[in-house]
Design a protein around this ligand. Structure first.
Ligand SMILES: [Zn+2]
Length: 488
């Protein structure tokens, strides 16, 4: 009996020792949009995972006080073009622990994943680029020609030309599909399509790409074919095209930046998404909280007819670095240039953006790259403008749009996403600790890379990357999010 007591005591004390966590986040307001948890809790982290969430005191080798702060899953940005260190840095200050290039996708998946491994502040991943595969098949691969990219903007779009504007032959479509299969095998999470950047792609080519995605059980992320109200070629027609392709093929569909693709018709586009979902289709969408868009000035988006489609003219196009408003002469010069210049496009209204952001089907994604304030400010801006100022979103709904909803979209591609976007025991320790009263964007069109304020800590895979509002140097905890190999 005495021996048994001794054994029990030993067991109890070893259990106590085992409950020393790598890291404890103490006394914060813990939010988990999936379970609805919204309470003061302590979070124990071990080996990069959330091991314990409890009202009891937890012991940790390091204890962070989160008193008066919110503890939420790290934000997941499905739409981030800037994959350089400067962009990763401002994303981290904006609370983003995962930033994926899914809209268009990078030109070479294997090379991208290799270049980021061990060098990324936050988690990364990409889609397989239909735009790039098409350029490759047409003999003008992205990144190989004389085309230079200006100011660190990633080169993911081809200059307008035969590779973007001509129809593909059946043999070329087959070759595009072959390339996309290779890219999916290399770990791409989806098929990325920028149909407006490849206007030569026929409706049939689009359907064939959706078929390929369906066969591989990955979604299609798409920047739709057209914007505006001019028929044929309206935003409503473009939305019908991709929802139709999803219905025909069974592929999941994610429509990117419904705010800037649909402009004044965004509420109607959202009704179309809701209608498709009500009929059992897997259609999701996202938006960013700014009135201006940004893209490459020499891309096919600016093929003849763009002014009529967007309902704007040269003066609404602005060069980010200089604030220069374009004239016809300057536009012609830059549109024909082999150097890729980014341009801000002022085509939307605050009223539309304010209608779109709180919509329950809309998740937040930044479409970030250097030159536009959305790269650095998207997530903090939602809290500052929609939770605090306009009060059209609750704190929990805002967090849901940045964490659980994008994680659930990613689950279509990889089971690894099931442990992301949640603040639960067993989930990955990607965690943001921020002050809900002060979190704010500071980036502007004039100073687009000003980091946000209010994120006190950002933890990526259990590593404290932002510590007491400062980025810890020489840490690269970002990991690849890929589609598991061998998946069909
Ligand atoms: Zn886009």
């Amino acid at each position: 009996m005495r021996l048994l007591t001794l054994c029990l005591l030993l067991l109890a004390s070893s259990a106590l020792i085992a409950q020393q966590y790598d890291l404890v986040i103490e006394g914060g307001r813990v939010l988990d949009p999936e379970t609805g948890l919204d309470a003061v809790r302590n979070v124990g982290i071990n080996g990069g995972r959330i091991a314990r969430i409890s009202a009891d005191t937890l012991q940790g080798r390091r204890v962070i006080s989160a008193k008066n702060l919110v503890v939420a899953p790290g934000f997941i940005d499905l739409h981030q073009h800037g994959q350089d260190l400067a962009s990763e840095r401002v994303k981290a200050f904006d609370g983003v622990s995962t930033a994926l290039e899914l809209e268009i996708g990078v030109p070479d998946v294997a090379q991208f994943l290799k270049s980021k491994e061990g060098h990324s502040l936050i988690n990364y991943g990409t889609s397989a680029s239909h735009v790039a595969a098409r350029a490759l098949v047409f003999g003008a691969p992205i990144g190989s020609g004389p085309s230079k990219t200006h100011a660190g903007i990633p080169e993911i779009l081809p200059k307008s030309g035969s590779a973007t504007d001509e129809h593909a032959t059946p043999e070329q479509i087959e070759a595009i599909e072959k390339r996309l299969r290779t890219e999916l095998d290399a770990g791409a999470l989806a098929v990325g399509m920028g149909i407006q950047y490849t206007p030569g792609a026929t409706r049939l080519e689009v359907i064939e790409m959706f078929r390929l995605a369906a066969a591989r059980s990955v979604p299609v992320y798409t920047h739709m074919r057209s914007t505006g109200r001019v028929e044929p070629g309206s935003a409503i027609e473009a939305t019908s095209e991709v929802i139709g392709a999803a219905a025909i093929t069974g592929a999941s569909l994610h429509i990117v930046h419904i705010n800037s693709s649909c402009l004044r018709d965004a509420p109607e586009c959202l009704s179309m998404v809701a209608g498709a979902r009500a009929r059992g289709l897997d259609v999701t969408t996202e938006a960013y909280p700014y009135t201006a868009g940004m893209t490459a000035l020499n891309s096919a988006l600016f093929n003849p007819g763009w002014r009529e489609k967007l309902g704007i003219s040269y003066g609404e196009l602005v060069i980010p670095d200089t604030g220069e408003h374009l004239t016809k002469e300057r536009f012609d010069e830059l549109h024909n240039s082999s150097t890729t210049h980014s341009v801000l496009i002022y085509a939307n209204t605050q009223e539309v953006v304010d209608q779109v952001i709180p919509h329950p089907l809309v998740m937040i994604a930044s479409d970030g790259a250097e030159g536009h304030p959305r790269n650095a400010g998207t997530y903090s801006r939602i809290f500052a403008q929609y939770v605090r100022e306009k009060q059209t979103l609750t704190l929990m709904d805002a967090v849901r749009k940045m964490t659980l909803m994008p994680a659930q979209v990613l689950e279509r591609s990889t089971p690894a996403a099931r442990t992301k976007g949640r603040l639960q025991e067993g989930a990955d320790a990607d965690i943001g600790v921020f002050d809900p009263q002060t979190i704010s964007d500071r980036s502007t069109y004039q100073f687009p890379m000003e980091p946000s304020v209010g994120v006190h800590y950002l933890i990526v895979g259990g590593t404290v990357l932002i510590d007491q509002s400062k980025l810890v140097p020489n840490l690269f905890p970002g990991r690849a999010i890929v589609r598991p190999s061998g998946t069909q």
